[in-house]
Design a protein. Sequence first.
Length: 162
Amino acid sequence: MCGLQYKMPLVPNGLVVEDETYIDDAIQLTVRAMADFAACPSCGVSSRRVHSRYIRNVSDLPSSGRAVRLLVVTRRFRCQATHCPRRIFSERFGDTVIPVRIQRTARLDGLVPHLGLALGGRPAACFAKRLMVPVSNDTLLRVVRRRALPRVEPLNIVGIDD
Ligand SMILES: [Zn+2]
């Protein structure tokens, strides 16, 4: 124990649960954003005019020995700003909740590099499976490689007199 009192909500912040289903060793939660508006990623203007909805499949941290899958009801909004070139946009949940183009919540995604770095690709994938964390060997390797890339420091300009 690290001595910290730590409470983690059932679903990431900003989401509310609409439905729950138990399927074998998994819990499937249908969730949606709490807010009834979203900001256009191009112009930043908020909109409440919903165009349509679709489902994003996202994995979350396991709960009570079961994998947790989120069916995230994602809305497409009409941008109402007259100067904006974007007519329709999908709501975003924030990089600390559900990052764009990643099928894991941020709190689950934060574990992946630790597993990969501690155990390596295939052993980490086996351990992740036992932990009910749905992550493949390829994903572990990709995340570790991305983290291992050397940072490119900006070149200092060195004068001829230095
Ligand atoms: Zn816009």
